[in-house]
Design a protein around this ligand. Structure first.
Ligand code: SF4
Length: 202
């Protein structure tokens, strides 16, 4: 797999917040994404650069960092656009790791994950994947109808709204207000805080 970076940190977003994880950030993302210009890691978007690692090597790095019953997070970029994604999942599973896949929802995930996080980058009816443990949406001012569409037509255990960071600030207050507004409308969205930013870790 071509990777942009490898690091050991805690999961800062969503339901698995606080869990130590080994992060494998795949290099490259072809998704026509509405928030591409403020993407988490812009340097990971091109398909050139980064470094190549075998599936076995990545799984070994992860076990050395978090132990055999720890978590590995396969993120990006868009990890599902890597030809050998399935082999990386298989190698991690063989060593006993728990696997968190983070994806845009524009590709099917056929490999057996333990926890799938879809951060949708298209309207709900354009997604190739319509179920996951959690749906995590960056709040950029979507209408209540659009948010209801995800809530009712994407099958998840947890629905998170997460602030958008732009120009050194974020829309946290607006995101929190929207969470409460949606709750009052009968939709149990939750707030995802991105704790790694507050802790000053990766
Ligand atoms: S889909 Fe994800 S990785 Fe790709 S540009 Fe959008 S936010 Fe970045």
């Amino acid at each position: 797999m071509r990777v942009s970076e490898l690091f050991h940190s805690i999961q800062g977003e969503g339901h698995l917040t606080g869990k130590p994880m080994f992060f494998v950030r795949a290099q490259g993302c072809a998704v026509k994404c509405p928030i591409r210009e403020v993407c988490d890691q812009p340097e990971s978007l091109g398909f050139k650069g980064g470094s190549e690692h075998s599936a076995a090597e990545l799984a070994d790095f992860a076990v050395n960092a978090v132990g055999a019953r720890g978590w590995v997070c396969l993120t990006g970029g868009e990890p599902l656009e890597q030809a050998d994604f399935d082999q990386v999942v298989a190698a991690c599973r063989k060593r006993g790791l728990y696997i968190n896949v983070q994806t845009s929802g524009l590709h099917r995930v056929n490999a057996p994950w333990d926890w799938c996080t879809v951060s949708p980058k298209a309207p709900v009816d354009k997604l190739a994947l319509n179920f996951a443990q959690e749906l995590k949406l960056i709040y950029t001012g979507q209408s209540n109808d659009e948010l209801r569409g995800y809530y009712e037509r994407f099958s998840a255990w947890n629905y998170y709204l997460q602030p958008e960071w732009r120009d050194g600030g974020s829309n946290q207050a607006a995101t929190l207000a929207k969470v409460f507004e949606l709750n009052a409308l009968g939709m149990y969205w939750e707030f995802s805080a991105q704790w790694h930013k507050f802790l000053g870790v990766r």
